[in-house]
Structures are given as structure tokens and as C-alpha cells.
Design a protein around this ligand. Structure first.
Ligand SMILES: [Zn+2]
Length: 103
């Protein structure tokens, strides 16, 4: 799926969270955009000692993904094992968390 994001009308800077204010040019000029949900795994870690609300899901993988459009986002990886450089795609967004799957 595509990644919901925001882009500044003035300087073109991209943001992956639901902001309305651009920290690049200091204006309230962000418009919602749909970006490619594809990217490559830049780094990852496996969580064994999870926060209370995720205990049932542990162990699970957290990935840092370098997206095709240049943003780096943190999310959960649905497949395992995972490798640095692996091609992944955004699978869903739930509770403000990005879930990635191998391509
Ligand atoms: Zn801007």
C-alpha cells in the first residue's frame, strides 16, 4: 500500500507523520500526499522484552526502512527472518504503527 504522508507546499520537504507545520521552512503549509510504500531495510532489531501492551506479541521485529522517497521510518516487520537491504513494502498502518512485509 502507499504511505500516507505530508509534503510542504513551499519547500517540498516530506514528513511521515500527521503534522501540519513544516519544520524546514517554519510554515503551516503541509498537504497530505500518498507516497510509495516500498523501501529497503536499513536496520532492524528484535524485541524480546516488550512494553506491557505488546507482551503477547513478543518476540517481534522492529525495522528501520529507507523508503524510495527518501524518508526513513520505523515499523514492525511481519515476516522473518529479515535482512539488511531487503526489499519491503508497507502492508498496513494500525495504531500509528507501520507494518512492513517482504516484497
Ligand atoms: Zn517547508
Amino acid at each position: 500500500m502507499n504511505m500516507p504522508a505530508s509534503q510542504c507546499r513551499h519547500c517540498g520537504r516530506l514528513f511521515h507523520n500527521g503534522k501540519s507545520h513544516c519544520s524546514g521552512c517554519d510554515r503551516d503549509s503541509l498537504d497530505p500526499v500518498d507516497l510509495s510504500g516500498k523501501g529497503n531495510v536499513y536496520s532492524y532489531t528484535e524485541i524480546y522484552a516488550a512494553p506491557k501492551r505488546f507482551v503477547q506479541q513478543a518476540p517481534y521485529l522492529i525495522v528501520l526502512v529507507e523508503m524510495e522517497h527518501g524518508l526513513r521510518v520505523t515499523g514492525r516487520m511481519l515476516n522473518r527472518p529479515v535482512q539488511i537491504g531487503e526489499r519491503v513494502e508497507l502492508h498496513k498502518v494500525e495504531d500509528h504503527c507501520y507494518y512492513f512485509a517482504a516484497l
